[in-house]
Design a binder for this molecule. Structure first.
Ligand code: NAP
Length: 272
């Protein structure tokens, strides 16, 4: 059996990709289609979803693609997703969609901060809980959380975002251990800066943070390659070194002071 067929046997026949219409999520969708896995793609904008699905379908006519426009920052959204996929065997969940609230914590409304918590924390946890149970019963499958190197310590001016990614990193690494005996692979992918619309729309001038850009395709591929082999992966040597230094070399207070200083300089002044 070739590598793609073996991958499909463990993580097929369907994968659910949140935020599958753009950026890293779209890169995952392409990679999974290449492996013959049918796709359920979720995002808010229906036109962008349809466009992405049509592009992928043209290259991979044998793959089935279902798109569903849904705002995953709404509390009842996962319940409707569960209904939608009730008759599908979801072998892989890629919990990728997220938002950030860059700038001072108090400068964004609390309802916006709550949306972040719902989208970045509650939704991935709910997806992992629901589909994880079904995978446990089938004794195979995978759950891939897209976190960030922001998970590796508190980040002033990205406070809620970094805290949400730290939650995902902790949850995912723990679930990796818990679900391994049931044949379910859990991985946390922690990218550094990626050239997507999320990085463009932020209030941070990344050139002042000295962060190197990577591309979405190689980032998603690193996640797919690490699935089933590791609990956690950080693509790119510089990103890995930054995370390593933040975790093992710098004290927590030095971490906060250093990154607080860097981000304070890089945030658009109106958002401080
Ligand atoms: N870009 C970076 O530098 C970077 C770095 C580290 C980690 N990450 C992480 O990588 C993941 C993907 O980010 P990205 O850079 O690829 O973002 P992106 O290019 O902005 O794409 C985000 C995707 O999520 C969808 N989405 C956004 N809000 C949603 C919502 N409320 N409900 C449903 N779908 C939603 C978007 O479609 P709609 O707008 O149509 O909903 C789109 O498909 C995120 O978890 C992010 O935290 C990104």
């Amino acid at each position: 059996m070739n590598k793609h067929a073996a991958f499909k046997q463990i993580y097929g026949p369907w994968a659910l990709v949140t935020g599958g219409s753009a950026g890293i999520g779209a890169a995952f969708a392409w990679i999974l289609a290449e492996r013959g896995i049918n796709l359920v793609l979720i995002a808010r904008n229906p036109e962008r979803l349809e466009e992405k699905a049509a592009e992928i379908q043209t290259q991979h006519p044998n793959v089935q693609i279902i798109t569903h426009a849904l705002d995953l920052s709404l509390s009842d959204s996962v319940a409707s997703l569960i209904n939608l996929t009730a008759d599908l065997e979801i072998g892989l969940v890629v919990a990728n969609a997220a938002m950030e609230t860059s700038g001072g914590f108090l400068n964004s409304s609390f309802s916006n901060q709550q949306r972040l918590i719902q989208l970045n924390i509650t939704t991935p946890a709910h997806l992992a809980h629901h589909y994880g149970r079904l995978m446990r019963d089938r004794k195979r499958g995978g759950i891939l959380f897209v976190a960030s190197i922001a998970a590796y310590g508190p980040l002033p001016y990205l406070a809620n975002y970094a805290a949400s990614k730290a939650y995902l990193l902790s949850l995912g690494e723990a679930l990796h251990y818990e679900l391994k005996p049931y044949g379910v692979d859990v991985l946390v992918l922690s990218p550094g800066l990626i050239d997507t619309s999320m990085a463009e729309q932020t209030a941070i001038d990344w050139s002042l943070v000295y962060a190197p850009y990577r591309d979405a395709d190689s980032t998603a591929l690193a996640g797919i390659r690490a699935l089933g082999r590791k609990s956690s992966v950080i693509p790119g040597t510089t990103n890995w070194l930054v995370a390593f230094a933040r975790k093992y070399l710098l004290t927590r207070s030095l971490n906060i002071t250093l990154f607080g200083h860097l981000l304070r300089r890089a945030i658009t002044s109106s958002r401080l």
